[in-house]
Ligand binder design. Structure first.
Ligand code: CMP
Length: 136
């Protein structure tokens, strides 16, 4: 038996810019995810820095935050059994050139930065990331 979980997904600026929002949402739905809540927004760089705080010591941190705040994103709460892992499997490897065929990043990603989608990496982070965007 597996548990119904929620995870946070972001359709990143490179994908929104290419009008891939509906195509990506359809893939999530075909893979059994329910979109429980969603919104389109543009982050300030300071908000992206807060969101990606776990990466603050990484050399790519500043560019990453610059990029995530460079244009509109779609943030979604996805629900499914084992949603966290299921979403990570569907997204594929962080670097699109290493992602498996059929994964979202293989299909749409341009580079390790412009990799089209973000997904929470654990149930604990999923809750934090959902709260970040959806808690009043
Ligand atoms: P994401 O899953 O949103 O989480 C952190 C992001 O950092 C990751 O996707 C990548 O887009 C980005 N990133 C940039 N460079 C690297 C790197 N060398 N290793 C891992 N992630 C990177």
């Amino acid at each position: 038996m597996s548990d119904l979980e929620q995870t946070l997904s972001i359709i990143k600026p490179d994908a929104v810019e290419r009008n891939l929002e509906n195509e990506i949402k359809t893939i999530f739905q075909k893979n059994g995810f329910k979109i429980k809540n969603e919104k389109k927004l543009k982050l300030e760089k300071s908000e992206a820095e807060q969101f990606y705080k776990v990466h603050e010591t990484k050399p790519f941190y500043s560019d990453l935050c610059e990029y995530l705040s460079s244009g509109p994103v779609i943030v979604m709460i996805l629900e499914k059994e084992n949603a966290v892992k299921s979403n990570r499997d569907l997204m594929g490897a962080t670097d699109p050139s290493k992602a498996e065929e059929g994964t979202l990043r293989k299909l749409f990603g341009k580079s390790i930065d412009k990799n089209s989608v973000h997904g929470s990496d654990s149930l604990e982070n999923a809750q934090k990331e959902i709260d970040f965007f959806f808690k009043n």
